[in-house]
Design a protein around this ligand. Structure first.
Ligand SMILES: Cc1cc2nc3c(=O)[nH]c(=O)nc-3n(C[C@H](O)[C@H](O)[C@H](O)COP(=O)(O)OP(=O)(O)OC[C@H]3O[C@@H](n4cnc5c(N)ncnc54)[C@H](O)[C@@H]3O)c2cc1C
Length: 456
């Protein structure tokens, strides 16, 4: 048998293995960064924070932007799929796949431009959120999409996932905070995605804008009918970019920004080489009210009323997490200072603003509301910044705390990014709990409540 016949009879996987050795050789020759095709490295990159495991074809850790371009060109030449990767903290398998992984977390993590007056920053995709916010703090600014994995999550990965932080009621998701993306498309073209009008005046981008507009027009009615009107909608592409169905506009002035089509595309539409972000002033005063509930249902039922008080965050911690955190010496004192008796669930409700007195009044209003809803004296007021920070740390460590559950049965995190209108929340969680019961198990929950208000 000669070589070409051998290739024809190979399984697709084996054929790719042949491509992989050519790919590795080309990458080693043409790239300056690390090229990792050994089983150990591929094993490391075969997992993320999800329950999935898929071995990549290989991994490139580019040394600079040109190196990343070269790696993409080689992969394109050899017809190998590409998978950009930041911290790999995705929970639904977004950052694993049988592809050439481009890991930009090591070297492509620079801050490229910063405009204090316009409150914008342009970064490479591997910048970690905490790193960015440490840079911004002396300027009294922050990037407010405060995901729980802020110490690991990269801006490229956050944009890839259309991530959403605890304060999304106030600031929105990534799609509401990304102003532009310099993208490399599958065919190697480099296009600066941003405001439609700016792209229209760029000869390099015009054909793409026209093609996208034609699709938007063709699907206009279907999108208007089918897209749910919830803020935290991160499933699928933002095809409604021309006619946003989100409960808040994607841009402050209601104009169209085509970078928003790329946000949430999980690496499938383009590689992001640079991202321009909208920043926000750091809040001056914060007040945290912890509402204690006798039943999980009552917490879910109350969320829709609490958001009307205009908090910036409403986060749920359920009984399982409360108990596990109490059992952990590192968290016990912090949790016990926030609870009254043995609550079935608590909601962390945060208010921010310019004055401390105003925040104190907000906590009063929260207490009154809970009284009206039949839960008098259920609010613990936390006003010291240190105590607030410590309680938020407990919430941030939620999944780790959950994993500390003792016994043979371990929790599996598998329903992610599920967005439910607040008025259906109690019903949704009741019915899902019924399903768990039917299968002889139970679920535990951590979530955030958002409403339909446009707050900015
Ligand atoms: C304990 C825990 C808590 C979490 N809490 C939150 C939370 O509060 N909010 C939230 O939204 N998520 C949360 N997540 C999920 C995850 O941490 C975030 O979505 C995070 O922003 C992902 O960033 P990353 O750098 O790890 O991205 P990765 O997982 O590496 O990548 C995410 C996606 O983006 C794509 N991508 C990465 N870089 C690029 C690029 N340069 N160009 C194009 N596409 C790219 C990838 O291909 C992938 O599809 C949590 C996860 C865990 C484990």
């Amino acid at each position: 048998m000669n070589a070409p016949q051998q290739l024809v009879s190979m399984s697709p996987r084996l054929r790719r293995a042949v491509d992989a050795s050519r790919l590795a050789a080309r990458l080693r020759e043409e790239c300056r960064g690390d090229v990792l095709f050994d089983a150990g490295s591929r094993g490391r990159y075969s997992t993320d924070a999800s329950i999935y495991q898929i071995f990549p074809v290989g991994v490139v850790v580019p040394r600079d932007e040109n190196d990343a371009r070269t790696a993409m060109a080689v992969a394109r030449d050899l017809d190998v799929p590409l998978l950009p990767r930041g911290a790999g903290s995705s929970q639904c398998g977004q950052s694993v796949g049988e592809a050439l992984v481009i890991d930009h977390s090591k070297s492509l993590n620079g801050i490229v431009a910063f405009d204090r007056d316009a409150m914008t920053v342009t970064v490479q995709p591997g910048v970690v959120l905490d790193q960015l916010n440490a840079f911004l703090k002396p300027h009294d600014l922050w990037f407010p999409v405060d995901v729980s994995t802020s110490a690991q999550a990269t801006i490229g990965g956050m944009a890839g996932n259309n991530s959403c932080g605890s304060r999304s009621i106030e600031y929105g998701n990534m799609v509401h905070n990304v102003l532009g993306i310099d993208a490399i498309l599958a065919d190697g073209r480099e296009i600066a995605f941003g405001p439609r009008d700016t792209m229209r005046s760029d000869p390099n981008a015009l054909a793409t804008v026209n093609a996208l507009e034609a699709i938007g027009e063709r699907e206009h009615d279907e999108i208007a009918t089918m897209f749910p009107s919830v803020l935290r909608r991160v499933g699928g592409y933002n095809l409604d970019v021309f006619n946003p169905q989100s409960v808040r506009p994607y841009t402050r002035d209601g104009s169209v920004n085509l970078a928003h089509l790329l946000v949430g595309s999980e690496g499938t539409l383009a590689y992001f080489s640079r991202l321009k972000l909208q920043l926000a002033p750091l809040p001056k005063h914060k007040a945290l009210g912890v509402v204690n509930f006798p039943t999980f249902h009552s917490a879910m039922e109350s969320a829709q009323h609490i958001v009307k008080l205009a908090p910036v965050a409403v986060e749920l911690v359920d009984r399982t997490m409360i108990e596990l955190a109490r059992a952990n010496p590192a968290f016990r004192a912090v949790v016990e200072a926030a609870i009254i008796g043995e609550p079935a669930a608590i909601l962390l409700v945060e208010f921010t603003g310019a004055g401390a007195e105003e925040q104190s009044r907000n906590l009063d209003r929260l207490g009154e509301l809970m009284g009206d809803l039949g839960h008098p004296d259920s609010v613990v007021r936390i006003t010291s910044p240190q105590a607030q920070k410590e309680l938020w740390e407990v919430r941030k460590a939620g999944l780790n705390i959950m994993m500390s559950m003792k016994g043979d049965g371990k929790p599996v995190s598998f329903i992610e990014d599920c967005a439910v209108p607040l008025e259906h929340l109690a019903d949704y969680t009741d019915r899902l709990s019924d399903i768990f019961r039917k299968h002889g198990t139970h679920g535990t929950w951590y979530a955030r409540a958002e409403d339909a208000r446009d707050c900015r």
